[in-house]
Design a protein around this ligand. Structure first.
Ligand SMILES: [Zn+2]
Length: 265
């Protein structure tokens, strides 16, 4: 209920000030609806969203979108699909839907979980390197970095983060034969200034939250994604696809800052 109120308020704010168009990068977490978390979408809803996306938008592979953004292009009418963490359902539930619609996607993987077979909080069963390799071989799923230990980049020590990011890169390159070029900050938290420099030295782009479109000139290491929740259904999903509901993110950010206080991963 509170979630719906926030979405309604955010859509009213969009009416007062129309959100700017640009590249919309969707941030999913889980598909299959097996766990109680708000970001675990039932597969039929995910399938409806991807069908809508494929019918209305040009979906780009993330690496292509970043290079075109860096070249100064306005990517209005384009979108990217991304997943965070690296759970088995991305390969088992989401990939068949993506294949049906020939929609490319990126999964940002916290590599320590995969290396050590450690599940994610809230019942998220971790994917294996073998399953990721099979998924990558379809040509539709690209594996990128989400740190090794799911480190929160607003508070991690810069030396610790540098070592962690190098381990993440080496793990992906070692398992899949291709080094990651892009990073999603864990919990979408923007990095401290020192950590931003650590990230700039290693990745072409890095992604925070924001629920808004990427505009020409946006800092490539502080790019915004739009998180998708089950409660978005199709109606609010369409608003997010139009670059809207930014107020939802600003409210969520304020709540999360209190919730994550004191955590490190
Ligand atoms: Zn994460």
């Amino acid at each position: 209920m509170a979630r719906t109120l926030v979405k309604t308020a955010a859509s009213v704010a969009d009416l007062a000030r129309r959100p700017p168009s640009g590249l919309v990068v969707l941030c999913y977490h889980r598909v299959g609806g097996r766990t109680p978390v708000s970001v675990d979408l039932p597969t039929p809803l995910f399938a409806d969203q991807i069908a809508e996306l494929a019918a209305t938008t040009t979906v780009l592979e993330l690496d292509t979108a970043v290079e075109r953004h860096l070249a100064g292009e306005d990517l209005s009418g384009h979108a990217c699909v991304t997943f965070d963490d690296g759970t088995a359902d991305i390969v088992e539930e989401a990939l068949p839907v993506l294949e049906r619609h020939r929609v490319p996607a990126t999964v940002f993987v916290a590599t320590r979980h995969v290396d050590e077979g450690v599940d994610f909080p809230g019942g998220g069963r971790v994917v294996s390197w073998a399953a990721l390799a099979d998924a990558a071989a379809t040509g539709l799923l690209t594996v990128e970095a989400h740190t090794h230990g799911h480190l929160l980049c607003d508070r991690a020590d810069p030396g610790v983060l540098a070592d962690d990011l190098d381990r993440c890169r080496d793990a992906i390159a070692g398992a899949l034969g291709r080094a990651p070029r892009h990073l999603a900050y864990p919990k979408a938290l923007a990095p401290s200034p020192d950590n931003l420099a650590v990230v700039r030295a290693r990745f072409r782009s890095a992604w925070v939250a924001g629920t808004r479109a990427v505009r020409p000139g946006d800092d490539p290491h502080l790019l915004a994604r739009s998180p998708v929740q089950t409660a978005d259904g199709l109606v609010w999903f369409r608003r997010k696809l139009a670059g809207g509901l930014g107020l939802e993110d600003r409210i969520r950010g304020a709540v999360d800052r209190r919730r994550h206080a004191g955590a490190t991963t």
